[in-house]
Ligand binder design. Structure first.
Ligand code: ADP
Length: 321
């Protein structure tokens, strides 16, 4: 039995289809990630899996429990860190964990609390008020509260959004330690670099699955060679090379232009020359290994951008510079 299983899971709000018939399975011990831009339907899926909202159609089970029919069983076994997870600012770190222990009816919580404070390296901060913690520390405390009842599966909705890079790294170390304990992690992220670290990735847009596979297998689906060109003005360069013979696709990421070209045709140098001849200043260019973002943008079928690594969708390449 898979830990999480959905069959044609769908959710509509009036005419809007937020989640459009998703079927997937997540196995024990996986670090599974839903990745997609804002509005893709990631949080809606998590909320359905945690039994918070009802699907419009389709079914979902977590640890064999139907997320609608067996809600009371479900909440004992799962942890949910929502985007709006609220700590109590006027309580200390210790008191917050105690509060969540009581909510989950965990009577003997002190040993587990020590373990979690160790685990999240929060022991020195245990007497500080939650309000006085940095963003990264708050998120670690929220995770500790989510883990107090020793759930078998945790659902993390964009746990690192808005968290500084150092705390993000710290948070990821904690997640990998949790995996060693055999916990199954189901998370969402708008960051494709984070998705690269997961065992499997479900790429989503407009409520639909674009692909579901390991990051390696997804990258291997890229048929062309990828070149990264840093140049100015980048949007003009994009318009010049788009549709060039042998260029499968041009993708814009801020000041970076990525070209996906037919393999073994050696056209890149003539493309670079052509750009220079048209007055484009080339600061650097190199061949790069395909990244998930290249595949994702390609699958979305139209231009999108990543801003500070966060996937965002736009309908028109002209807006990206
Ligand atoms: P993501 O988590 O990928 O950003 P969401 O699951 O939050 O996406 O939202 C998917 C779509 O469903 C969005 O268009 C959003 O505006 C819409 N949506 C989400 N919740 C509601 C709601 N309670 N009422 C109406 N529309 C909603």
């Amino acid at each position: 039995m898979s830990v999480i299983e959905t069959t044609d899971l769908a959710k509509s709000y009036g005419k809007l289809t937020a989640v459009d018939g998703i079927s997937m399975k997540v196995e024990k011990g996986e670090l599974f990630c839903l990745v997609g831009p804002d509005g893709a339907g990631k949080s809606t899926i998590i909320r359905m899996l945690c039994g918070i909202i009802a699907p419009s159609s389709g079914t979902a089970t977590v640890l064999g429990n139907d997320t609608q029919k067996d809600k009371s069983e479900l909440v004992k076994k799962i942890g949910y860190l929502s985007q709006r997870f609220s700590l109590y600012g006027d309580l200390t770190v210790d008191e917050n964990i105690e509060f969540f222990a009581r909510i989950h009816h965990v009577r003997e919580f002190t040993a587990r609390r020590e373990e979690l404070l160790d685990f999240t390296r929060m022991k020195e901060a245990r007497s500080r008020l939650a309000d006085k913690l940095s963003g990264g520390m708050k998120q670690k405390l929220a995770l500790a509260c989510t883990l107090i009842h020793s759930p078998e599966v945790i659902f993390l909705d964009e746990p690192t959004t808005g968290v500084d890079p150092v705390s993000r790294r710290d948070f990821w170390k904690i997640l990998s330690n949790l995996l060693h304990e055999g916990i199954t992690i189901f998370m969402t992220t708008p960051y494709l670099d984070e998705a690269e670290r997961c065992t499997r990735v479900a790429m989503m847009n407009h409520g639909k699955l674009l692909d579901l596979d390991s990051p390696q297998n997804i990258r291997d689906k890229m048929r062309g060679e990828v070149y990264e060109i840093i140049c100015s003005p980048v949007r003009e360069a994009y318009l010049i090379v788009k549709g060039w013979n042998g260029v499968q696709e041009a993708q814009l990421y801020g000041d970076r232009l990525n070209l996906i070209v037919n393999p073994h045709e050696n056209i890149i140098e003539s493309v670079i020359d052509a750009l220079k001849n048209k007055g484009i200043t080339i600061s650097a260019w190199r061949k790069i290994p395909p990244r998930l973002e290249n595949v994702f943008v390609s699958m979305m079928g139209h231009q999108s951008v990543t801003v500070s690594g966060e996937l965002q969708e736009i309908s028109d390449a002209n807006k990206s510079t």
